[in-house]
Each structure stands twice: as structure tokens, then as C-alpha cells.
Design a protein around this ligand. Structure first.
Ligand code: SF4
Ligand code: SF4
Length: 239
């Protein structure tokens, strides 16, 4: 999931011209789970803006329940058909969702003016309804086979591929004593799994060109192609 947090209201208002007619759009999937763009959050944002004198012409969180705003066909249908009469009056859209959702609204409204209502902060695991945390930095070249499923790029403050750095004390990271050393966690889990020999393996520098942006994924029949600066990687599900 894409974790998001709402921007401060003053920052949002600072984006708007006097009298600008705004339509607020939320997302019923990730942003709803982060309490940044679900139905109550979007309705609340519309009324907070109105109280501050912003001309809000309407708001919506595209349904059906739980659907992602970044699903272009659905968002387009909702904004252009279900809410078409209102969205036509809007000068701009304030998006309470991640950066993918922002761009989706731009596409769904044929190039409409968009404002970011949230900061997109990481891709995370929804551990509980109240807690989301980051375990993967989306690098495009996964090496957790050698690290007991734990990502050193994300869990180690220095993203060391061959740790630890030697600065940990009582299992805590030298960069931040309040958090666990990622490599201590990897060591402990490898030990528990009886795979400590994997600590001896030298992990080669990663192919960071697979971490280049923007990247894309194309699905065609039984093949899927990942495109990045490293070139195209096509995987067939029938090999
Ligand atoms: S190695 Fe890369 S893909 Fe694998 S979990 Fe870490 S950041 Fe994610
Ligand atoms: S103490 Fe551990 S988590 Fe912190 S930088 Fe060193 S190896 Fe990485």
C-alpha cells in the first residue's frame, strides 16, 4: 500500500487562487486506510476548506467500496459521468491520495488542474488498522533471499547490503538508538532459521538502474514486461 499523510491545511490553501472553485477527491483504498483520504476525511477536508472561505464545489471518494483511486477507468467514470455536472464547474481538483492518485485524476479529467492534498511517504505493510510500516523501498532488484526475507535496504539506516556496520549497541542502530539494527534483525532471523551461513555470502552491488524512475509494467497475454533504465525485463508465465 502507498502510505500518505495529509498536508497542513495552510499549505493546501496556499496553493489556491482567490475564488478558485475546488472539487475534493479521495481514495477508498490506501488513503482511506491511512485516514488521509477516505470518505470521512474527504468530507471533513471539504468542510474545513469551506470554513476558511474556499469555494468547494463538491467532493467524492470514487466507489465501489475499497477501490483504488489509481484505477483510471473507474475514476474517469465517476468523475466524468456520476459527478460530471459538478466537476465541470471546478477550476481544480484537490486530491487526498498518493501521487499515483493525483496523476490518475489528471488523466481521468482530461488534463484537469490538480493540487496535492497529501504527502506520499512510503510503500508499506498494514500491520494493524492503526499501524503501517515500511519493509520495502521498491528497489526493483530484490535480495531478501539472502537476508531471511528482511530488507537491508529499508531496515538498515545505511542501506548496507553487507552488514552490519559495527556501530550497533545492544541491538540498536548507531544512527538512531531508538530503532533496531536491521542487520541484527537479519542475523537473529537467519540464526533462528538455521541459515547463518548466508551471512558469509557477499551480496554484489545492486543494479540501481532498475531503481530509475519512471518505471512501467506492461501485461500482454502470458508475458509481463518491466521497463526501467536497466532495459526491459520480460517474464513469461509459461516458461
Ligand atoms: S531488496 Fe529491494 S525489492 Fe527487495 S525488499 Fe528490499 S527494497 Fe524491496
Ligand atoms: S547499526 Fe545496523 S542498522 Fe544501523 S547503520 Fe549499522 S548496520 Fe545499519
Amino acid at each position: 500500500m502507498h502510505a500518505t499523510i495529509q498536508k497542513p491545511i495552510d499549505e493546501i490553501i496556499g496553493y489556491l487562487d482567490p475564488g478558485e472553485k475546488v472539487f475534493v477527491v479521495g481514495c477508498d483504498n490506501c488513503a482511506a486506510k491511512c485516514h488521509s483520504g477516505g470518505i470521512p476525511d474527504t468530507q471533513e477536508m471539504a468542510s474545513r476548506l469551506e470554513k476558511r472561505g474556499v469555494n468547494v464545489v463538491g467532493w467524492c471518494v470514487p466507489q465501489p467500496k475499497g477501490i483504488s483511486l489509481c484505477k483510471l477507468a473507474n475514476t474517469k467514470k465517476v468523475l466524468q459521468e456520476e459527478y460530471g455536472e459538478v466537476t465541470k464547474q471546478a477550476d481544480s481538483f484537490l486530491i487526498l491520495a498518493c501521487g499515483q492518485g493525483i496523476h490518475t485524476v489528471m488523466d481521468a479529467t482530461d488534463g484537469g488542474m490538480v493540487h496535492a492534498g497529501c504527502d506520499t511517504i512510503f510503500g508499506g505493510e498494514t500491520v494493524t488498522d492503526d499501524f503501517i510500516t515500511e519493509y520495502c523501498s521498491l528497489c526493483g532488484d530484490c535480495i531478501v533471499e539472502y537476508t531471511a526475507g528482511l530488507c537491508p535496504v529499508t531496515l538498515c539506516a545505511k542501506s548496507l547490503l553487507n552488514g552490519p556496520c559495527g556501530g550497533a549497541k545492544n541491538g540498536k542502530c548507531e544512527v538512531d538508538r531508538n530503532r533496531d539494527c536491521g542487520w541484527q534483525l537479519i542475523y537473529d532471523r537467519l540464526k533462528e532459521l538455521g541459515q547463518l551461513d548466508k551471512m558469509d555470502k557477499y551480496i554484489m552491488p545492486k543494479n540501481n538502474s532498475r531503481w530509475s524512475r519512471p518505471r512501467s509494467l506492461t501485461m500482454a497475454g502470458t508475458e509481463v514486461t518491466f521497463r526501467s533504465l536497466a532495459g526491459d525485463v520480460t517474464i513469461s508465465r509459461q516458461d
